[in-house]
Design a protein around this ligand. Structure first.
Ligand code: IPD
Length: 311
């Protein structure tokens, strides 16, 4: 590492040291709970959705109202921090090194529209373009995931029980895709090379060894990348692979996973140090060994192909 990078790192550490991360986490929890109330009170039969890019990429009035509420609360409480949110994002907007709140008001909007109860508000704070606090709250199941850098990751269940993640504190080693439950999401881009790669790789992951596949235990698609990260952090799923989702989908989940001993690689082969904004993520649960081996095995299922996104 160059001395300039060392200096940058020291400055970021210094900035983090000046922040009260516990207070910020607690603020994010309060705001997430208020967002959860708005989601629970929205009447999906009245809350019609609009299309964004195509019929599978949607936004509801509740997405917009939740983000407006989150933004108002956080910019009032922390006026010097920046804000990056899914619904107010402008093409070209980039994360800076300054403390920045990253918000997905409703991750799993399609689930929300259909009334499928796997959807969450996802809130994070980044410093130096890395997440340092994460809160993901699914109000329909009243499950709250939280993490602060260096202080562990936690899941609070509706009965108040709090688990330090992963739920099994001594997880098994990862011995290969053959023993893995893998989360894959489909996104809204349903044709072209990225779609071919997504479907071909999924087919390879699922197929029998005798058919040249990895014969993973099975594939799950929960419809929320934020919750997929949390399920991997909890150790309830082994991997989550997606190219195409955005920083707000995964930012809070990323720190929750890291604090649970997990690893984030790129969805594309060879990327061991993915960026938050890169739209390429492969999340792996905490394990005493075998994390890198399953990453390489999944990359090999992509047969030399890569996702390509314009921005
Ligand atoms: C989507 C969900 C989905 C993923 C998409 C995301 P949204 O987020 O996380 O699981 O496949 O790529 O865009 O639109 O519901 O906030």
């Amino acid at each position: 590492m160059s001395s300039l990078q060392d200096l940058d790192k020291a400055l970021v550490e210094c900035l983090i040291g000046e922040l009260n991360l516990v207070e910020i986490r607690d603020t994010l929890i309060s705001v997430a709970q208020a967002a959860g109330e708005m989601m629970l009170n929205a009447d999906p039969s009245v809350d019609t959705s609009e299309t964004k890019k195509n019929s599978s990429d949607r936004v509801t009035a509740t997405d917009k109202a939740v983000e407006a509420m989150v933004k108002a609360c956080l910019t009032t409480a922390y006026p010097d921090f920046e804000f990056l949110g899914e619904e107010s994002f402008k093409v070209g907007q980039k994360l800076s090194d300054a403390p920045t709140f990253v918000c997905d008001p409703i991750d799993g909007t399609l689930n929300f529209i259909h009334g499928f109860p796997n959807t969450a508000v996802s809130l994070a704070l980044t410093v130096g373009k890395k997440p340092v606090v994460g809160v993901v709250f699914n109000p329909f199941r009243r499950e709250l995931y939280t993490a602060i850098k260096g202080q562990g990751a936690f899941l609070q269940k509706p009965n108040g029980t709090v688990y330090r993640l992963p739920i099994r504190q001594n997880p098994d080693p990862l011995t290969g895709l053959n023993g893995c439950l893998v989360a894959v999401e489909w996104g809204s881009e349903r044709s072209g090379p990225n779609w071919d790669l997504r479907t071909n790789t999924t087919r390879k992951l699922m197929s029998a060894k005798s058919a040249g596949g990895a014969m993973c235990h099975s594939i799950r698609s929960s419809g929320s990348a934020a919750l997929d990260f949390c399920y991997v952090a909890a150790g309830q799923m082994d991997l989550f692979w997606e190219g195409g989702c955005w920083i707000w989908d995964i930012c809070a989940g990323w720190i929750i996973l890291e604090e649970a001993g997990g690893l984030v690689a790129s969805a594309n082969p060879g990327g061991w140090d993915p960026s938050l904004e890169g739209r390429l993520y492969l999340a792996v649960r905490g394990a005493p060994s075998g994390q890198k081996k399953v990453v390489e095995e999944l990359w090999s299922c992509m047969e030399g192909k890569e996702f390509v996104f314009a921005h």
